[in-house]
Design a protein around this ligand. Structure first.
Ligand code: S3P
Length: 173
């Protein structure tokens, strides 16, 4: 089986982590959640990093971790939803791996993570409105990801099976 990384990008609440864990289990590979890894290295949670050091600092940490992980193989990776803000991140991952955007509607994001206090960018105001605005701003960036899969109404296992099929198809041709 091919050892290229599988990278699941997508908006908050698209199911990157749960799907990634499932895919990694099926392939017998390590799963790496970038937010969790950043929290572990920093010794503080994402909302604290945003509040104490600011978003640009967090984006630098993300960028450095992408460069590190893109140089490795055999991983299933779930980056944070904002990874697409720097197109170099997608480019570096895509150079040596399968990058899939898990598409999700604002309504499903709300269902999955709308009330979660650990998403600093969704705090304040009407959550559905915040989700719509942020998604609209990033629309072109997510659309530029090489592969796209729908997730609305699907379980992580159902999405994961589609990721696995895409992986096999892409690298057996
Ligand atoms: C962010 C998404 C979050 C986390 C941070 C910023 C974003 O990750 O990295 O709160 O900019 O979309 P999840 O997509 O795992 O929620």
């Amino acid at each position: 089986m091919d050892t290229r990384n599988i990278i699941l990008v997508g908006f908050m609440g698209s199911g990157k982590s749960s799907t990634g864990r499932y895919v990694a289990g099926k392939l017998g590979r390590p799963f790496l959640d970038m937010d969790t890894e950043i929290e572990r290295r920093e010794g503080r949670a994402i909302p604290e990093i945003f509040a104490q050091s600011g978003e640009p600092y967090f984006r630098q940490l993300e960028r450095a971790l992408v460069q590190e992980l893109a140089a490795r193989a055999g991983l299933v990776i779930a980056p944070g939803g904002g990874i697409v803000l720097n197109p170099d991140n997608v480019r570096d991952f895509a150079a040596r791996g399968l990058v899939v955007n898990l598409r999700v509607s604002p309504e499903w994001v709300l269902k999955r993570v709308g009330q979660d206090p650990n998403r600093p960018l969704l705090q304040g105001g009407d959550p559905l409105q915040r989700i719509r605005e942020l998604m609209e701003k990033r629309k072109a960036l997510y659309a530029a990801v090489p592969h796209q899969l729908e997730t609305d109404g699907l379980t992580p296992e159902a999405v994961g099976d589609r990721v696995l099929a895409l992986f096999r198809k892409t690298y057996s041709e």
